[in-house]
Every structure is written in C-alpha cells, then in structure tokens.
Design a protein around this ligand. Structure first.
Ligand code: ZN
Length: 232
C-alpha cells in the first residue's frame, strides 16, 4: 500500500507539482514550501545578535522590554511579503510552521532565546481565527518551539475586542483602537516569567505594544519580542 501511495503522490506531482511560494518554480525532492535558492536569498536581519538594533530603538520608551528582533526584512513585493501572504490568506498553516522552524534555527543557541521561559503568540479575536481557520502567529510559534524546545502558551493571553480592519486608520487611531483589547485568562501563568511575544510582521508595533502591556500586568514578568518580518 505504501508503494501505491508513493506512486499516486508522484503521479499527482507530475500534474500538480509543489511550487516555491516565492519564485513559483517547481520544488525539487526534499524541498518544502520555499526552494533552496530563495531560502538563501531571504533578507535576514540578525537583529537577535545586535543589542540596540533598529527595532529596539523603535520600541524604546513605548514599553519596557528585554530584547526585540525579527527574522528578515519585509519589503513590498519581496519574499517575506509573499510568504506572509501565503500564510495569512491562502489557508496554508504549514508554511507558518516551516517559517517558524527557520526562525528557531536562526536564534537557537543565542542569548536571545536561551533566557526565554514561554513563547506567546499575539492572539486573534476568536471570530477572526475561525474565519482564517488558525492563528498564523501560533503556527509560527509552534515551529519555533519545535526547534528551540521552549514551550508555547497560546491560552493565557486572549483578544477580547475584534478590531482587525484598521488598515485605513492613522497611527494614532490605530493606537487608540488597540488599547485594552487584550486580557489574561490566568493571573499566575506569566508570573516571574520572561515571555517571548511573537507576531508575523512588525509595522506600527501598536498591537504588540498593547499585548505586551497586558502581559506585563503579571507580577515579575518581562518581555522580549520576535517577528518573522519587520518593515524597517
Ligand atoms: Zn524559489
């Protein structure tokens, strides 16, 4: 039966080959989601090795944090935008796991990840999560956890207000919009813990800022932030 299954998969692959989500070329055997050429060209930031990097400067004074980093630069039409688009709008949670594993490999063994107790995704409102079928940030966290061994907590921090359609608002309006939209379901879970808060892309940072503030209500907690992509 196993042979039949393999034959059937090869047959399907002949007509519907798996394509690289970045360049759309046919993937070779052993490649998943992104071809080797595109993987090598991902514009990594290595911010996790740079104290006082641009993201840390960007968040300075807004929230107290320990470290902030992102895997790669997000540019319009670039590879990270294509990957995030596939993850968010194409019902493809597997690519979130895959990119999460890449992020995990990137920061594994560094001081950035070794000090972390829990990885926490920025939550979606339950209604939104139902529409999409999953929380893309949680899928990223699962991949990071698999590689680094740091556990994921996706139940303590929740989103209570649905305010996802904010693309037309100014930064100030967005900031107003994300105040008090998060809550903690358990007052003890984050106590004295160093939390790594994870999002797909950092743009204005207002959602991260708001969720970080909620986490920091836990006594003795501290936060670091990580995203797959950063706009600048
Ligand atoms: Zn490619």
């Amino acid at each position: 039966m196993a042979i039949m299954k393999t034959l059937f998969c090869n047959f399907l692959n002949l007509f519907f080959p798996d394509l690289c989500v970045v360049c759309n070329e046919k993937l070779s055997e052993g490649e998943q989601h992104i071809c080797t050429d595109c993987l090598l060209l991902l514009p990594k930031t290595n911010f996790h090795l740079q104290p006082d990097n641009r993201l840390e400067q960007f968040f300075a004074g807004r929230i107290p944090f320990r470290h902030i980093a992102a895997y790669a630069y997000f540019v319009k039409g670039g590879s990270i935008q294509q990957i995030i688009h596939e993850l968010k709008y194409n019902r493809n949670p597997e690519i979130g796991n895959f990119i999460g594993e890449l992020c995990g490999e990137n920061i594994k063994g560094s001081n950035f990840i070794s000090a972390i107790d829990l990885i926490v995704p920025v939550p979606l409102h339950p209604k939104r999560e139902k529409q999409r079928g999953y929380n893309q940030s949680l899928e990223i966290c699962k991949g990071m956890s698999k590689v680094t061994g740091v556990p994921v907590d996706s139940t303590t921090l929740v989103r209570t207000v649905n305010n996802q359609s904010q693309t037309k608002n100014s930064r100030f309006d967005r900031w107003k919009n994300v105040e008090d939209i998060f809550a903690l379901t358990d007052n003890e879970a984050f106590r004295n813990k160093h939390i790594l808060l994870v999002d797909d892309v950092i743009t204005t940072g207002s959602t991260l800022e708001s969720s970080a503030k909620e986490i920091l209500k836990s006594e003795g907690s501290s936060i670091s932030i990580f995203a797959v992509g950063t706009a600048g």
